[in-house]
Design a protein around this ligand. Sequence first.
Ligand code: SAH
Length: 272
Amino acid sequence: MSVPAAHLSSMKQSPPSAGKLWLVGAGPGDPDLLTLRAARLLATADIVVHDGLVGAGVLALIPPHVERISVAKQRSRHTMKQDVINALLVREALSGKQVVRLKGGDPFIFGRGGEELDAAREAGVACEVVPGITAAAGCAAQAGLPLTHRDDASAVSFVAGQCRDLSDQDWSGLAGHGRTLVIYMGLATASAIADKLIADGVSPDLPVAVIERGTTADARVMRSLLTDLGDLVAREKVKSPALIVVGKVAARADALDCLGAPGIAAKIRDFT
Ligand code: SAH
């Protein structure tokens, strides 16, 4: 029986390297919110490649002998392009290392973990994903803001506020009665987001919460109404990372009421 040529050539290849890539969620900031698996991998990795969202407390858990590379990205400035990061991860794993790619929150929620997994698969690198607590879950927990509630919301959506062609994105039906909309990366476009939702028919009086640096000791939680969202972000000089929650549940947040326009606090109270 003849052996197909493709099979022969794969038999000639060198055995798979023992290197491996782990796409690890670091959670939203507080090191106590790491999974046990993530903590174990940080202790046993050869190299940790992390982004800028990973909290200092989490980075402090990486033993000093473990090589560490930051590929921090900012909205306006990409220090390392995604394909360069992908190539770095693949190269290190192919050289036989245990590579931990540490990402804020969960690797598969606005984390480009899918692209890194694709790159690993294409290169034949073994890759495993370790989920993390995404910012929405961590921030909501800290703010005492249930993302779903039997009385208020039976659906929750996560959207990226800083996405290509915001105005072309169809968000209709994602916010409004019985729904919670969580916006990641929405600070720079907060005003445009509020306008877009209101134009789609969402009530301008729907409560919103803005949570800055959620799960950390210096977190700030602010509440207002959708109509005030852009002003609130400007007035309070909200800084990244911050999350915006739109929906009736936002009125339940344990938060400062903000508070520019008169009557907002009373209107929020009407929802609670
Ligand atoms: N993969 C991450 C999200 C990356 S996108 C996750 O699952 O959480 C980056 C955005 O996440 C930030 O712009 C911000 O909107 C949100 N974010 C991340 N950490 C946060 C935090 N500690 N507090 C508030 N928002 C946070």
